[in-house]
Ligand binder design. Structure first.
Ligand code: PLP
Length: 384
């Protein structure tokens, strides 16, 4: 059903950020969107909206179909029970972070951020005028784990909230129920609000996912169809309030704070949640093939690489190569652009993040260049 012959020329023809940041000879594996076509049902719904010239201001959240479609999808696929009255729309998830930190957490309180994490979290907390307290995750047998002692120390010292990325960007880590329960107990003990960004959850490779909001009736969950169904530019995300009191506070916020959705994004979101499941299954199969290519290629580097459990981002620990700036080194010596690990918090120093949602041939070429360079066959490892 997905046109897997999709090639880079078609991605380039989109004229978006992806594939326009560098010269043509650079393989850009930075921007987190997929070199895949948009799902047929999403495209058809948006084309119909274009035919109807549906370019006016969007209807109020509660009059649109989005909360109902999202509520059904959350119950059936995500494991979170939330009625449409608990679901409100956002133009983008980072707005959800700034506004929930501002209005739903203790005035002025710092925000705990388990790292490494999506770099825009720090921007969003900054826009809210708050301090981010980075608590690096521990690396356990199955990859990254929450440092619950570190989180508790930060809460005891006055932090009023925890901003979670579950599954993780850049780690692809799906957190397990046990530690999430412990986090919920800490949140209750210190009267802290947990805000859980679960945008990557639909793209998981194995069954079994615990949405944080299923364990904490004061949680705020951020979710969106835009990432998993590949229309991030259409601007529509969702905020889910486990606590009806939070929904009431939100309802009083002015449009300037919480408005700005695109009607095309709303249309696309309903189509994705209602009719996009077969496409999603195929996309995950495609991504899984690429995930294996990455794992195979990186085995040669002996970097203790852990496969993501969700999403299409690979997180590479290049510290053993002693490079001052691994992403700059790879760009210079291999022509492959990756995201600098340090963008993901101090715990990311020495790492790079790589988007593998690209045609397998392109990915193989990038991985060949990276491994050859780091193994010292080309380029000059050690230089930055
Ligand atoms: C964890 C996470 N949250 C949010 C976003 C972006 O969401 P939005 O564009 O809706 O702010 C991304 C994009 O990569 C992400 O990885």
């Amino acid at each position: 059903m997905i046109d897997l012959d999709w090639d880079l020329e078609r991605s380039r023809a989109r004229q978006n950020k992806r594939w326009t940041q560098f010269d043509r000879d650079i393989i850009d594996l930075t921007v987190a969107e997929m070199d895949l076509p948009v799902p047929g049902p999403v495209l058809a719904a948006v084309q119909d909206a274009v035919r109807r010239q549906a370019f006016g201001y969007p209807v109020a959240d509660e009059l649109s179909e989005v909360p109902q479609a999202a509520s059904e999808w959350l119950a059936e696929e995500h494991g979170l029970s939330a009625g449409p009255d608990r679901i409100r729309l956002l133009p983008e998830l980072m707005r959800g972070v700034t506004m929930s930190v501002t209005h739903l957490t203790r005035a002025g309180s710092p925000v705990v951020v388990p790292t490494p994490v999506y770099g825009r979290f720090f921007d969003a907390i900054g826009v809210a005028g708050r301090e981010a307290v980075q608590v690096p995750m521990r690396t356990g047998e199955h990859g990254y784990e929450l440092d619950l002692d570190g989180i508790e120390r930060a809460l005891r010292a006055g932090a009023g909230s925890v901003l979670l990325c579950h599954p993780g960007n850049p780690t692809g880590r799906v957190l397990e129920r046990g530690p999430l329960r412990e986090l919920a107990a800490l949140a209750a003990r210190y009267d802290a609000k947990v805000i859980s960004d679960e945008i990557h959850a639909p793209l998981r490779y194995e069954p079994g996912f615990t949405p944080y909001g299923s364990l904490d009736d004061t949680a705020v969950t951020l979710i969106s169809a835009t990432k998993a169904w590949n229309f991030p530019g259409l601007r529509c995300g969702l905020i889910v309030f486990s606590d009806p009191g939070d929904a009431r506070i939100w309802a009083k916020l002015p449009r300037a704070a919480v408005g700005g959705m695109s009607p095309l994004g709303m249309t696309a979101t309903v189509a994705a949640f209602r009719d996009g499941r077969p496409w999603l299954r195929e996309a995950v199969r495609f991504l899984d093939g690429n995930r294996k290519l990455v794992t195979e290629a990186l085995a040669a580097l002996d970097i203790g690489y852990v496969e993501p459990q969700a999403g299409y981002l690979a997180w590479l620990d290049l510290r053993r190569f002693g490079l001052a700036d691994p992403a700059a080194h790879l760009l210079q010596w291999t022509g492959v652009a990756t995201t600098t690990g340090a963008d993901h918090g101090a715990a990311g120093n020495g790492f790079v993040r790589l988007n593998f949602a690209t045609p397998p041939g392109v990915l193989k070429e990038a991985l060949d260049r990276i491994t050859a360079c780091l193994l010292g066959r080309t380029g000059r490892p050690g230089d930055a």
